[in-house]
Design a protein around this ligand. Structure first.
Ligand SMILES: Nc1nc2c(ncn2[C@@H]2O[C@H](COP(=O)(O)OP(=O)(O)OP(=O)(O)O)[C@@H](O)[C@H]2O)c(=O)[nH]1
Ligand SMILES: [Mg+2]
Length: 296
């Protein structure tokens, strides 16, 4: 875990370095801080103007330690951790959605690996049927994870694949069923309707399924992520978020903004391209990575 955190820290270094030039690392009066510059740095870090203003207002309440004040202000923007909507009886059905290329398929590989490591059996449905290559990519991850997969021919109805997968998940008593979907832009009505149908059909195959709908967001997307999450939530009933590519050039503040705007739990974050590079999200340690260190 330490090395995953260091990847996250490295990814967030740009935002953190900008802030550390503006904030004293030791106990110091907030009078010495140029809060306008800090606000700009937060906006640059993808926190958005309105949230940045609120964070500054709250951070100022700590008169002695501006970094600790900002840490506290950010922490308050995250909801209390909530348990998953797990069914009383398996399979636990998870639907994974998001725009193109955000890391859905890779993240499913990582999740399958994690569940297998917990001793759970995992079945993955390849409901991204647009490209044969997409199914092949998923097959590689699924095999490496030691999970199983349901696939159909290229161009098959994604809902039919999802239905099949759930039925097999029930019949063979899998612990976890994960449905991969094709990336789609939230403004594409046809594809968003298709996604709504996938979700509906899953519910027909098993009451109360999908138990969780996770929207995978690319951490480098910037403000557009806010719009994406809104639309997917409306169409697919998102219950949680996964933010990927936080090892890269993401500025990090988008995580705080998403949490603040929708109150959706962030379940995991992606910090690399391999199967181990998935971290359970913890607001406190995320903030430690985003903000400069303070000695008190
Ligand atoms: N650095 C980094 N790269 C990632 C991460 N997650 C995914 N990627 C990369 O992002 C690219 C797209 O990943 P996919 O998993 O194919 O994304 P997808 O959402 O399934 O894409 P579509 O199915 O085409 O919509 C790949 O090159 C992945 O290796 C991450 O956490 N960090
Ligand atoms: Mg994919």
């Amino acid at each position: 875990m330490a090395s995953l955190f260091s990847r996250l820290k490295k990814g967030l270094s740009r935002s953190r370095d900008n802030l550390s030039q503006l904030l004293p690392s030791q106990n110091d009066s907030t009078e010495h801080v140029n809060w306008d510059d800090v606000e700009d740095a937060l906006i640059m870090a993808d926190c958005g103007p309105s949230l940045s203003m609120q964070l500054i207002e709250n951070a100022k309440k700590n008169k002695n330690n501006p970094i600790a004040g900002l840490q506290q202000a950010m922490l308050e923007k995250f909801p209390q951790p909530k348990p998953l909507h797990e069914p009383t009886q398996p399979p636990f059905v998870l639907l994974v959605v998001g725009v193109n290329g955000t890391g859905k398929t890779t993240t499913i590989g990582k999740l399958a690996t994690m569940f297998r490591a917990q001793g759970k059996s995992v079945l993955v449905g390849a409901a991204d049927t647009f490209r044969a290559a997409a199914v092949d990519q998923l097959a590689v991850w699924v095999q490496r994870a030691g999970a199983d997969m349901v696939r159909q021919h290229e161009g098959a109805d994604p809902s039919a694949v999802a239905f099949d997968t759930i039925q097999r998940g029930i019949a063979r008593a899998y612990d976890v069923v994960i449905i991969d979907t094709a990336g789609r832009v939230q403004t594409d009505k046809g594809l968003m309707n298709e996604l709504a149908k996938v979700k509906r059909v899953i519910g027909k195959a098993l009451d109360n399924a999908p138990h969780e709908v996770w929207h995978v967001v690319d951490g480098g997307t910037g403000h557009n992520a806010i719009v994406q999450v809104d639309k997917f939530r409306e169409v697919a009933g998102t219950t949680g978020l996964i933010v990927t590519k936080l090892d890269g050039s993401a500025k990090g503040g988008i995580v705080v903004q998403l949490s603040h705007t929708y109150g959706l739990p962030i379940r995991y974050i992606g910090v690399g391209e391999s199967l181990e590079d998935l971290m359970p999200f913890d607001a406190k340690s995320f903030i430690d990575g985003l903000l400069p260190e303070t000695t008190s």
